[in-house]
Ligand binder design. Sequence first.
Ligand code: PLP
Length: 383
Amino acid sequence: MSIDPLHPATRAAHAGLAVDPETRAVVPPIHLATTFERAPDGSYPAGYQYSRSANPNRATLEAALADLEGGDLDDEIACVAFPSGMAAIFAVLQTLAPGDHVVAPRDAYYNVALLLRDHFARWGVAVSFADMTAPHEVASAMTPATKLVWIETPSNPLLDITDIEKVATVAHGGGALVACDNTWATPLLQRPLALGADLVVHATTKYLAGHSDVTGGAVVVRGQTDTVERLQTVQRVAGVVPAPLDCWLVARGLRTLAVRMRAHVENALALAHFLDVHPSVERVHYPGLPNDPGHATAAKQMDDFGGMLSFVVRGGEAKARAVANGLQLFTQATSLGGPESLVEHRASVEGPASLAPPGLLRVSVGLEHPDDLIADLSRVLDP
Ligand code: PLP
């Protein structure tokens, strides 16, 4: 009897696990070999020739991510892994041709905006930025040359929520593909392919690996065999490959993703409620709060609201930076998705093009006890 459909948590707990036929090891070995023996008839019996072309640990990770993002979809789901989230994003943009146009979110991760504005523009790929929370703005930004609509939801750092289904309908109506950066939600909380996206992008550096100790990226594609081939060419021929140990570490992270996400969400919700009524806080950005503008859409398309939030401290940049400096349990550092809580003054990291208000602090809510995190915040925020 098959157990069907499997919950995402079960798929995650079993990610990349298969008993090693040679040793019966329950956890897969790490294959550092760069080259694999050819048989007398010229074939490669295990399917591996050279590690830049394919590697067992990379193949295992790619299959696990395709399974997590694809779920029970009937279409062909392929995954191509990269050595960082930005490398994955770069590869997606490299599937475009000169003359193509991209619609990207006004609040896109700042390096994606930078890449589109400053790098791909020089290669003849044009970009328009739109407010993705208003699908009619996406429609107005599209041109006959639009080949790709980029979604990031929840967005970084304002936690804007994009209605994936609605934007995908608009994009497909104009003949464009839809790519969704699912780094902040993870496939445990949101599965964009089932909502109409064609590509899902991940910085596996974050929640998927989960321990702030490995960089990685991945693109998961539904159908679109041409796009998959172009991504694989970038990976294999341009040599943009993640190391076997890094793939192994990300796959290991996937196996605890469900339980970690549950705790991240629980803690983020507790902090958001605390901050929401605090007199020193002007505004909290967290889609789990019923008064958040993205709440209804997030409730519709996400299984839960995620472990990231941002809040605006009354008193502007100086006060916000004093709060970040005064916290003891939150490390002042960039990135997200690890067990340790991180806080970051975002405007000063992103530079002059930042949409982050000067008083905004972004928080990656970790796995500490929420009462301790709230006590730390109280200490620095209480008037
Ligand atoms: N996408 C999102 C939403 C991110 O937050 C980040 C990094 O912070 C990236 C992509 C880039 O990932 P990486 O740092 O692994 O290149």
